[in-house]
Design a protein around this ligand. Sequence first.
Ligand code: ATR
Length: 277
Amino acid sequence: MTDTKIPLAGVIGAPVAHSKSPQLQHHWLKSLGLKGHYIPMHVEPEDLERVLRTLPAMGFVGVNITIPHKEAVLQIADQVTDRATLIGAANTLIFRKDGKIRADNTDGYGFLENLKAGAPEWDPKSGPAAVLGAGGASRAVVASLLEAGVPEIMLTNRTRMRAERLASDFGNRVQVYDWVQAGNMLDDAMLTVNTTSLGMIGKSELRVPLDGLRRGTVATDLVYTPLKTRFLATAEAQGCVVVDGLGMLLHQAVPGFERWFGQRPTVDSAARAAALR
Ligand code: ATR
């Protein structure tokens, strides 16, 4: 039997077996000496609402949400934060004491914190950012960059319509560029972000010409398997400051952990090692 006094959290997805969150959250629980469990749960879309409504009574204080439920969960939650609404997806749920489910999106926060830690000299206001990709992750990145004060975002995506839809949701600081000419926008970028899945182990490589990347500007990749993607290796060879994507995974997990278990965890080399275990 589960001791209901021990707070429970977890991650819900389909599939969920690959998730690095359980190792990370258990590392933090252990290093902070806190009681709690964090459980991966494979839940199919048709069962999502029933499972979410059942978990609070079982002692769950919240969950992370991953693919394919990040958008659908907005329809189920009783409260959705403004940033989750703007992004159109949530990754962190809080089960409130009054039984209500609150949905938030911490991906943008995780993205920015990772950049601040890995490239502290980067000033958001210093110039435009180039963003490759216009999927769910891109929406979180764009939202956080605009909030941080980036003057202009140059956005490109294989499927141009998707980039145009994103741009129209976020206003005129987002300009859409053709995927086939994506290399051209890099000349002006102070920050270049790959939000596509290209370069991930098992996927195709990112084929965008990267010779426009300028020395001293920042390049970051949301892909973290491998840690050093070809995009980051090329950027580094051209003198960019490079920031890998694992830190975003770690930082986006901080607000949920703090809310559920009551202490703010540290993102350090031990946390990185735990997530890679
Ligand atoms: P996520 O939530 O991780 O962003 P997603 O919403 O499926 O996942 O988005 C995946 C991104 O990778 C999109 O920008 C996608 O481009 P399309 O909108 O054109 O599909 C991009 N992507 C995936 N495979 C790609 C490929 N072979 N070539 C170019 N872009 C690709």
